[in-house]
Design a protein around this ligand. Structure first.
Ligand code: C2E
Ligand code: CA
Ligand code: CA
Length: 690
């Protein structure tokens, strides 16, 4: 992983400030150097102008004055008239004084030793020339210009010429010095220019380098941040975030890291919430379905467990106890040989995906699971005996899709509950709706509106009095294409789809209406109506029946309701509550299909029922089957003890009828008496029987 540059430990603002300060410093240095160089050059220029130029002028002055004096002297030498010479003297004096002044002034200048020697020579020559000049003048005045000319030519003029040469040389020297100075100035200026250019270049380089470094120290981590953010956006949450410095980009990278971590943890939490049952910590339905989506091709099984009487525990002890019970149950279920998958689907339902497709292994799993479940559990100091019912659907025998397998396992579980057989295989619990069933399901609602449903009655014959005292109302569907459809082909699906909740009220209305009409004709026959599980759990049922009875003016004991044990098993406490309300209303209650379930008579005794209908399977051939005969006989005896009337269902033979009469069975309902028939036929049949 690349180390962050040192610069990135500084905040970006500081970095920018430092680089700007460095640049400004360099610019200041350039300006200072330029200024000082310009100053130096101007000082030198000033010194040249003030010193050298002044000396040069003075030397030239001295030379000019000396020449002028010499010119006057020449003039003097050719002027013979004394009067005319006087003004010349005056001019000469002035010129000489000027030369003196110039020389004197030169002496006051700061001179180099060489210049000073030069000047001393000029002064000496000037003095000598002065002397000789005066001698020449004296000779002019004393001997006349002619003889003085000789003195001038041989003495004064050579000195004058030396003096002039010297002053000229001095002036030339000064000129040379000035040229030298100017040259050195030129050189200095060139050096200063070079320095300024160099400094400018350095400034440019340093500025560019620091701008580049700063730009990089920002763009590199920002680029990293962009890459990381894109990766996070694509869901790559394992993305490494490079370590940043202590500056803003570092903070940005660290914030991204924090953001990535919190997204990851939230995602994990969401996944957990989406896939885990929050109460028990087991996988949930979604997870289960997902795991099962890739079912092993070799074959497997789906098992569904439902806790028995869980609703009762929930209602009696409260939902918190129910919840804790589920939490206690979950680890027990998970304790055995681990299934391929396990989940709490909802409420008290648990599902298992088993790595087997044969009945033996699945049965062993069911036995072991239910065994682990049944050890008593203590919740809040309350000892609870828990039991469950398991339904097993095998793949591919019962289906090859998880939804089908779960549905079949649920049906099997309900069958197991109904039969109190602890567990059941879907294969043993009837088939799935066929294509024909599905089309019937779709047509049911319209059929009710089109009044295609019809009530058939089958007499319940009172053996002791040899008369029909009651009749069971059995539903038929007069289908326009399929003809008369028996209830077995559509009632189970009407129950599964909930449509039964519409059919039963209609049927009750019809039946109560018929019974009332019979009474008005003097026929006191108690019709019985079958109630399904859904009907029995319907909170409006009792109120609806009471309303119908009142509307038709039928006494409540003029109606009987048939209930199966399995209908009582689904939600026992609610079913029992409704049963009590119906009993309080005064309707007769009958236990249907007795013997197919696990209910004991001792249990039935606690129910407010009046009648027990022994299932057809026990009645068929009862006279010739000692085992059935024994069961039926003892059931009749016990029922009488408990004050229940007994109905034998499905008697087809006269021999059976005779046997039942002898066994003191109260009522018989079967083909031997009459098959179910439409109301009109039933009334005719009653007439004929009388
Ligand atoms: P179930 O309540 O046990 O009704 C008795 C069934 O036994 C009737 O069949 C009846 O025709 C038949 N049965 C009567 N005597 C004999 C006999 O001697 N031999 C034979 N083999 N069968 C006999 P059905 O009418 O086909 O009804 C079947 C089931 O459909 C009923 O069983 C009941 O569970 C259900 N069912 C019928 N009508 C209704 C209804 O209106 N509502 C509800 N919820 N279920 C109904
Ligand atoms: Ca019945
Ligand atoms: Ca029955």
């Amino acid at each position: 992983m690349p180390k962050p540059p040192i610069t990135s430990s500084l905040p970006i603002g500081t970095r920018l400030a430092i680089s700007v300060a460095v640049l400004l410093g360099l610019l200041l240095a350039v300006a200072t150097v330029s200024l000082s160089r310009i100053e130096g050059i101007s000082a030198v220029t000033r010194s040249i102008v003030e010193q050298q130029a002044a000396r040069l002028t003075l030397a030239q002055d001295a030379n000019r004055h000396a020449q002028a004096a010499a010119t006057r002297l020449f003039q003097l030498l050719i002027t013979f008239d004394r009067e005319q010479r006087i003004p010349i003297y005056t001019i000469m004096d002035g010129e000489l004084a000027g030369a003196d002044e110039a020389v004197e002034a030169l002496g006051k200048h700061e001179l180099s030793p060489a210049e000073r020697g030069h000047l001393e020579r000029i002064v000496a020559l000037r003095e000598r020339y002065d002397e000789l000049f005066r001698e020449t003048v004296e000779q002019v005045e004393m001997d006349g210009p002619g003889s003085a000319r000789e003195h001038f030519t041989f003495h004064t003029q050579p000195v004058l010429s030396d003096f002039l040469k010297e002053t000229s040389a001095f002036a030339a020297d000064q000129q040379q010095t000035m040229r030298d100075c100017l040259q050195s100035l030129d050189e200095q200026a060139a050096r200063a220019r070079l320095l300024v250019i160099l400094l400018g270049l350095v400034t440019l380089l340093v500025g560019s380098a620091s701008a580049w470094a700063i730009a990089r120290s920002i763009t590199v981590p920002v680029g990293e941040a962009v890459r990381v953010a894109q990766a996070i956006a694509e869901g790559k949450l394992d993305q490494q975030v490079p370590p940043g410095g202590s500056d803003e980009t570092g903070q940005l990278l660290r914030s991204l890291e924090t953001m990535r971590d919190s997204i990851a943890s939230r995602e994990e939490k969401i996944l957990r919430l989406a896939y885990q049952d929050t109460l028990t910590g087991l996988p949930n339905r979604t997870r289960f379905l997902e795991t099962c989506a890739s079912l092993p091709s070799a074959g497997c099984a789906v098992a569904l467990l439902d806790i028995d009487r869980f609703a009762l525990i929930n209602n009696a002890l409260g939902h918190p106890v129910g919840d804790r019970l589920l939490c206690e149950i979950a680890p027990r279920l998970a304790a055995g040989t681990p299934p391929l998958a396990m989940a709490r689907l909802w409420g008290d339902q648990f599902a298992f995906l088993l790595d087997c497709a044969d009945r033996e292994t699945a049965a062993a799993f069911a036995e072991a699971t239910l065994e682990r479940l049944c050890a008593p559990i203590s919740v809040d100091g309350q000892r609870l005996d828990v039991a469950g019912s398991l339904g097993i659907a095998l793949c591919p025998a019962d289906g090859d899709e998880v939804a089908t397998l779960l549905r079949r396992a649920e049906l099997a579980m309900k069958t197991a509950k109904r039969r109190r057989s602890r567990y059941a295989f879907a294969g043993d619990c009837g088939s799935e709706p066929t294509h024909e069933h599905l089309s019937l399901i779709g047509e049911m609602r319209e059929a009710l509106a089109r009044r295609e449903f019809e009530v058939f009655y089958q007499p319940k014959y009172l053996l002791g009095e040899s008369r029909t005292a009651a009749a069971e109302a059995l539903l038929r569907w007069r289908h326009p294409d399929k003809g008369l459809v028996p209830p077995g082909r559509f009632i189970p699906f009407a129950e599964q789809t909930g449509f039964i909740a519409e059919i039963t009220p209609w049927l009750l209305d019809e039946v109560i209406g018929h019974a009332d009409a019979w009474r008005k004709k003097g026929l006191v026959i108690v019709p019985s109506v079958n109630l399904s599980t859904l009907d029995l759990l319907n909170p409006q049922l009792v109120g609806h029946i009471a309303g119908l009875l009142e509307r038709h003016g039928l006494p409540a004991n003029g109606l009987c309701l048939e209930i199966t044990e399995s209908a009582l098993m689904e939600e026992p406490e609610l079913a029992l509550k409704h049963l009590d309300q119906l009993a309080a209303l005064g309707t007769k209650l009958s236990i249907d299909d007795y013997g197919t379930g696990q209910a004991s008579l001792a249990y039935l005794k606690t129910l407010p029922v009046n009648e027990l209908k022994i299932d057809r399977t026990f009645i068929a051939g009862v006279h010739a089957t000692p085992k059935n005969a024994a069961i039926v006989r003892s059931t009749i005896l016990l029922s009488h003890e408990l004050g229940l009337a007994v109905v034998a269902e499905g008697a087809e033979e006269t021999a059976e009828l005779d046997w039942l009469r002898e066994a003191r069975c109260d009522l018989v309902q079967g083909y031997v008496i009459a098959k179910p028939m439409p109301q009109g036929d039933f009334l005719n049949w009653l007439d004929a029987a009388r």
